[in-house]
Design a protein around this ligand. Structure first.
Ligand code: ZN
Length: 373
């Protein structure tokens, strides 16, 4: 007979079985609290930040994400806004003036964290103040990212865009030229007057006493009506070369009017005003100091009858070939609002072959070309 072993109660066994069960049960019941405790212990945020998160019943997972100095800094200021918590996490922290207040203003203007990062990456605090003082500008990032965006013009860009209906690129180029201001206002003196690429227009003037020191008289055979026009040496040589090339195509072009001194321009302009009135003269004659002819790089080109006009075969030849010799048509048709001058079929400007080719291929005026640099 097999003796049945009597089951005996064992405390040891009981403990071995129930203690783990109780632990598991406790963990299960209090898992949220345990997790919360764990997050509080392991997060890099300060106690103050943790308290604000607690007080506002915010998702504690915020504390678990990548540490954000932006959140840490703003959370205990008056600028903290619960609805932007996730946005703060995406904004790269920078040690800049009024950072917390500025980002809160940008967020309330509806700029996204991504946009705010670009704004802060590219602009100074002064520019950020300008942005904050305006309404949301949906094109702002596109503007900032243009290669020819000039930060010191930001306020003028915004004003011009709000007032006009231009495409963004056009508006920026126009402001770069200076077209948001009246002609002959906001004028600057040209710093390098001897630069072959010098831009002279109704916003950029030469000094009264500027005379190029390398003026050269163009060969008599390319002078119109026995004149003695000069250009700066490089331009003068290029002009003769162009005349010579034209001859081979049976085209005969001449130097009608090249370099003109300040005094000559003053005399001409005043005479035109007397003759045609101020408003008319302004459309075709430059005030003294503002004439390209004073650079020794501009030429009014003639055929045997006088200055070239659109219907002349010489006009067509020049349009197709002048850039190969470094010359560009300076005041084209339909661009009067940009150049500030009426269409001048005869007025060419020397800029050198490389730039002339670029301007020719771009279809831009020289003013726009420079404004995109
Ligand atoms: Zn001219």
């Amino acid at each position: 007979m097999v003796r049945k072993r009597k089951k005996k109660f064992s405390t040891k066994k009981f403990l071995r079985f129930f203690i783990p069960l109780i632990i598991i049960l406790t963990i299960f019941l209090y898992k949220d609290d345990i997790y919360t405790l764990y997050v509080y212990k392991t997060t890099s945020y300060s106690d103050d930040t943790i308290n604000v998160i607690k007080d506002n019943n915010l998702d504690i997972n915020i504390l678990n994400k990548k540490y954000s100095q932006t959140l840490e800094n703003i959370i205990n200021t008056e600028y903290f806004d619960v609805k932007h918590v996730d946005d703060y996490l995406e904004i790269n922290y920078l040690d800049r003036d009024n950072f917390s207040s500025n980002i809160s203003k940008l967020l309330s203007l509806n700029y996204t964290p991504k946009e705010i990062n670009i704004i802060y990456d590219k602009l100074s605090d002064e520019s950020i103040d300008i942005i904050i003082n305006n309404d949301y500008l949906s094109d702002l990032i596109d503007i900032i990212n243009l290669s020819y965006f000039k930060e010191d013009l930001l306020e003028r860009y915004i004003e011009y865009i709000l007032k006009n209906d231009y495409e963004i690129e056009t508006a920026i180029i126009y402001v770069n030229i200076g077209l948001d201001k009246e002609y002959y206002t906001n004028v600057s003196e040209i710093s390098d007057q001897d630069d072959i690429l010098v831009l002279v227009n109704k916003y950029h003037k030469l000094s009264e006493n500027y005379v190029p020191d390398d003026l050269k008289t163009i060969s008599a055979k390319y002078q119109w009506a026995g004149r003695s026009n000069t250009l700066r040496k490089e331009a003068s040589d290029a002009f003769e070369k162009m005349c010579e090339a034209a001859t081979k195509d049976d085209i005969y072009i001449y130097a009608g009017s090249g370099y003109r001194s300040y005094a000559t321009q003053l005399y001409l302009y005043n005479n035109y005003v007397l003759q045609d009135g101020f408003d008319a003269a302004e459309t075709y004659s430059a005030r003294a100091s503002y004439s390209e002819h004073q650079t020794g790089l501009a030429m009014d080109i003639a055929n045997k009858n006088g200055f070239i006009s659109e219907s002349d075969k010489e006009y067509k030849w020049l349009i197709d070939n002048s850039y190969k010799y470094g010359f560009i048509l300076r005041y084209p048709k339909g661009k009067e609002n940009i150049t500030g001058y009426m269409y001048e079929e005869w007025h060419y400007r020397y800029v050198g072959i490389d730039v002339a080719k670029e301007v020719y291929e771009s279809g831009l005026t020289y003013d726009e070309y420079v404004a995109k640099k």
